[in-house]
Design a binder for this molecule. Structure first.
Ligand SMILES: [Zn+2]
Ligand SMILES: [Zn+2]
Length: 252
C-alpha cells in the first residue's frame, strides 16, 4: 500500500487553510517526508505520526517554504523528550544541500546537530533508499531545484516540487500512480518559475497519470474549479484531478 498525505498544500504566503510544502509518503517500507516547510513537523504529530519514526526526508530546493521546518525537526531529534531515534534519519537534497545544512549551524550551532542524522546530496543516479527507488529530475525554479520520481513496488509516485513548465514533465507524469505537481497560480499571474492550469493541461494532453494532485496553491487559486478548468483545457478525462488540501490522504 502506498499512501500520500498532504501536510501543506500552500506556499510562503500565510493562509488559514494551507500550510507550506510537506508530503508524507507511507509505504510497506516505512515513511518518508518530501519537503519540510513550516508547519510540517507539528502536522505529523496531528495525524499521529512519530517524527522519530520517519526514515528519510527529501528536499526539492532551499526556499524557506520547503525547508524551514528542518530546524525544529533537527532540534526535536536532538531533544526528543524521553524518546530516542533508534535508526538514523537520512536527509537528502539537491546539490549544495550539505553546505546549506552546515550554514544552519552558524546561528543554531549544536541545537541542529543531533545524533542519528545523516545529510546527503541525492545526486542524479537512480538509487535505492530504504526500500524506495529514487530518481531525481532538474526543475525550472532555482539553480539546483529538483523533483523526485519514486518507485515503491509497482507504484510510481512523482513530486515536482516548485517548477515552471518544461516538456520533460510529461515524461515524468507518464504512468504515474500519483503525480503531485505544483499549480501555483492562475494563467493571469503566469511566472516562468511556477505553473498555471494551462501548463498542467499541456502535461495532461500528452500524459495520463492515474491521479494528479494540484498543490502549492497561492491564495489567488482559492474558489476556482481547477479540475473543470484543466479538463476543459486538456481534453483529458482519464486522469483523476485532485486539488490538494492540508491533511488529505491520496492512496495509490
Ligand atoms: Zn514554494
Ligand atoms: Zn520555491
Amino acid at each position: 500500500m502506498v499512501k500520500l498525505t498532504v501536510l501543506g498544500s500552500g506556499t510562503c504566503v500565510p493562509h488559514k487553510e494551507r500550510g507550506s510544502s510537506g508530503y508524507l509518503l507511507s509505504t510497506d517500507a516505512g515513511s518518508a517526508l518530501f519537503d519540510c516547510g513550516n508547519g510540517a513537523v507539528w502536522k505529523l504529530e496531528k495525524i499521529g505520526i512519530d517524527y522519530l519514526g520517519i526514515n528519510n526526508v527529501f528536499i526539492t530546493h532551499f526556499h524557506p517554504d520547503h525547508t524551514s521546518d528542518l530546524i525544529p525537526l533537527l532540534f526535536a531529534t536532538r531533544h526528543p523528550y524521553g524518546k530516542k531515534r533508534v535508526k538514523s534519519l537520512g536527509i537528502w537534497g539537491p546539490e549544495g544541500f550539505v553546505e546549506f545544512v552546515e550554514k544552519l549551524r552558524s546561528p543554531y550551532g549544536e541545537w541542529v546537530r543531533p545524533e542519528f542524522v545523516e545529510i546527503h546530496e541525492v545526486g542524479k543516479k537512480k538509487r535505492k533508499i530504504d526500500g524506495l527507488e529514487i530518481k531525481t529530475f532538474k526543475t525550472v525554479h532555482t539553480e539546483n531545484s529538483i523533483g523526485y520520481v519514486v518507485r515503491s513496488g509497482e507504484k510510481k509516485i512523482v513530486y515536482t516540487g516548485d517548477t515552471g513548465y518544461f516538456s520533460g514533465l510529461r515524461q515524468a507524469a507518464s504512468e504515474a500512480d500519483i503525480f503531485v505537481t505544483e499549480c501555483a497560480l492562475p494563467d493571469s499571474e503566469k511566472m516562468a518559475v511556477h505553473m498555471t492550469p494551462s501548463d498542467i493541461a499541456k502535461i495532461l494532453q500528452e500524459s495520463s497519470p492515474k491521479k494528479i494532485v494540484l498543490s502549492h496553491l497561492y491564495p489567488s487559486m482559492d474558489g476556482r474549479n481547477l479540475p473543470e478548468e484543466i479538463r476543459t483545457l486538456s481534453g483529458n478525462s482519464e486522469t483523476e484531478i485532485i486539488v490538494a488540501e492540508d491533511l488529505m490522504e491520496v492512496i495509490a
